[in-house]
Design a protein around this ligand. Structure first.
Ligand code: ATP
Length: 588
């Protein structure tokens, strides 16, 4: 299939922000795509080559790309850099440059989707001393045969700046409509996606085998499962209203969630956002198989840094030292950990997702031999608010964040946040001191000491019903000078020319950012706002919700994707809870 077909669809997608239009463009594209190509197209649309957990990244820098453009067009590097500066996007600059090509070239080979994908894949997997030269050769050979529009999108994918604003949910809507005749079958596709975390594979099976194929998706070791998430509650009373009068309470440890896959003695670890984090934890890889009486299994645990002398849990930030690229062994001995198991998702050839909580916990207990390194998360069954309160107290005294409350007869709902798991943190009880996780969508340049950096950021919540990021506040306090430096660096490659279509904001920022980075924010209050778009019209007509006196807590939530940030529904619940408190206080 010719790449120009895809490039033209990409161009149209860049020009619209309406989800319905994007879905329609996708349906039309899928309908003309040969089945064996569908997975590749689904990855490319998301600017990827394979699912995230495989860790295949293109990693081509701007300098190399500019050299390759120069080589294939005969135009000097300086001029390309000038065009780049003018238009601010190297993909766009390449298409301008190629229009003015001085070299006459003849097309050696047609630009097909297969060729582009295979070449990009080769580039991503090249390694070794000559890899830069080889990368350049591959890129310039593609650019040599590409027309300006094709070159624009090839470069955007290569540089990781293809931003079409298409969410996974939109892809699933379009797949269901194109291959099963109706969008209503989306739920089945979502189920397959939840156990495979591979949208390309879901697309391929849907295209080739339809719904019968989709129903055969199974949990597989070394293929991460999308994690089950919890709703937050503010009080023991609210928990009992939601869960009845008998449920499990577990300590909520403050570490990194790890999905641990084991087969014989081979181990792989995936983070909460399903990134392969095996290399950060060689100690888990080495020790855990000895703690488990299994052939193969998928388990969930919270990895927590500890002080080995006192046995105390240390805060989550300590684990960030494990994220380094080199000298991992040094970090392993300097930052010891414990692995605290709380769930079992697969055991010896069988999925446990449909098994109820009590039974899963029993099985987990049976297969795990506990020691200093590997433990079961403390759990007790509670039946009234005093028992919850006591266990919460114990948990906080042991250095944990609070409690996870789990329904005894609930299955494991992969990829969902629901009422079968609740989280109760001590801070939630203190209504206005609550922290929330928000997405950075825009930035404003600083003045005075902050000149040359961003001084204020524009933040959004996640509206999971519309799959958008509505603005909620500007934040300029709580940042140290180091925070501002680090944020400026982190946000540099997220700058976009055009506001991402999923951003919903009336307020204009100096720069728009790709909605990716999640920050933890405290605020004094949630108020109605005519400007901010979070929960627009939900509480009052023509009003949204905004944070009053927001402040950065110092915590970057790098393990969270933007879809994991606080949702609009959560903000509405916090707003309503807060009003109750204010009213109660007034009555007193
Ligand atoms: P938070 O911001 O509160 O850590 P989250 O959005 O990362 O929450 P939630 O599902 O809302 O995820 O809360 C559960 C999180 O708490 C898990 O992702 C996990 O990392 C952590 N956790 C700690 N102890 C437990 C436990 N016993 N059971 C489940 N999750 C636990």
């Amino acid at each position: 299939m010719e790449f120009i077909i895809l490039a033209e669809v990409f161009k149209k997608m860049e020009e619209t922000s309406k989800r319905l239009e994007l879905t329609k463009l996708l349906v039309d594209l899928f309908e003309k795509t040969p089945h064996e190509l569908i997975s590749k197209i689904v990855y490319l649309i998301q600017g990827k080559l394979r699912p995230d957990f495989e860790g295949i990244e293109l990693g081509v820098g701007e300098k190399l790309a500019i050299k390759a453009i120069s080589k294939s067009s005969g135009i000097p590097i300086k001029r390309i850099e000038e065009d780049y500066r003018k238009v601010g996007d190297l993909g766009h600059a390449a298409s301008i440059v190629l229009e003015q090509k001085t070299q006459t070239t003849f097309v050696v080979e047609d630009i097909t989707i297969e060729r582009v994908y295979d070449t990009l894949y080769k580039i991503a997997t090249l390694d070794g001393p000559r890899s830069q030269d080889m990368k350049m050769k591959y890129i310039s050979s593609l650019l040599n045969d590409a027309n300006p529009l094709e070159a624009r999108f090839i470069l955007k994918i290569l540089l990781g700046i293809l931003r079409l604003g298409i969410a996974e949910n939109t892809v699933m809507d379009a797949l269901a409509a194109a291959y099963t005749g109706t969008k209503e079958n989306r739920a089945l596709l979502e189920k397959a996606y939840n156990v495979s975390s591979d949208l390309g594979k879901v697309a391929e099976v849907t295209a080739k085998k339809g719904l019968d194929g989709i129903k055969t998706f199974q949990v597989t070791v070394f293929n991460p499962i999308r994690p089950m998430l919890a709703e937050r509650v503010k009080s023991e009373k609210e928990a009992m209203e939601k869960m009845g009068n008998k449920f499990a309470a577990e300590y909520k440890l403050d570490g990194e969630r790890a999905q641990i896959h084991v087969k014989s003695n081979a181990v792989k670890l995936f983070s909460r956002s399903l990134e392969d984090i095996t290399r950060h934890y060689p100690d888990i890889v080495e020790k855990i198989p000895k703690n488990l009486k299994v052939n193969d299994a998928i388990l969930e645990a919270e990895v927590v840094a500890i002080n080995e002398d006192s046995g105390e849990y240390l805060p989550f930030q300590e684990l960030m030292h494990r994220r380094r690229k080199y000298k991992i062994e040094k970090a392993v001995s300097e930052y010891p950990i414990t692995v605290n198991f709380f769930d079992l998702l697969y055991l010896d050839g069988k999925s446990c997702l449909e098994v109820e909580y009590t039974k899963r916990r029993e099985m987990l207990q049976k297969i795990l031999s506990e020691n200093e390194f590997a433990k079961l998360v403390p759990m007790t069954v509670v039946q009234n608010d005093n028992e919850i309160e006591d266990f919460l107290e114990n948990s906080i005294n042991s250095g944990c964040e609070g409690l996870m409350l789990k329904m005894l007869d609930a299955s494991y709902k992969a990829g969902a946040r629901g009422n079968s798991w609740l989280k109760l943190k001590r801070e939630y009880k203190n209504e206005l001191g609550d922290s929330i996780d928000l997405i950075v969508i825009g930035a404003f340049f600083g003045r005075g000491r902050r000149t040359g950096k961003y001084g204020t950021l524009l933040l959004a919540s996640y509206d999971d019903q519309n799959d958008t990021f509505p603005s909620i506040c500007k934040v300029g306090t709580g940042f140290t000078d180091e925070d501002l430096d680090q944020l400026y660096q982190l946000l540099q490659d997220k700058v976009t020319l055009k506001k991402n279509p999923r951003i919903d904001s009336e307020m204009e920022a100096d720069v728009w950012l790709e909605p990716e980075l999640v920050l933890e924010i405290m605020a004094s209050e949630i108020t109605l706002s005519p400007i901010h778009k979070t929960a627009m019209n939900a509480i009052r007509k023509n009003s949204g919700l905004a944070l009053r006196f927001p402040k950065f807590t110092g915590k970057l939530r790098l393990e969270k994707t933007p879809e994991d940030a606080s949702t609009t529904q959560e903000i509405i619940a916090l707003y309503k809870g807060q009003r109750k408190v204010i009213q109660n206080q007034k009555q007193i």
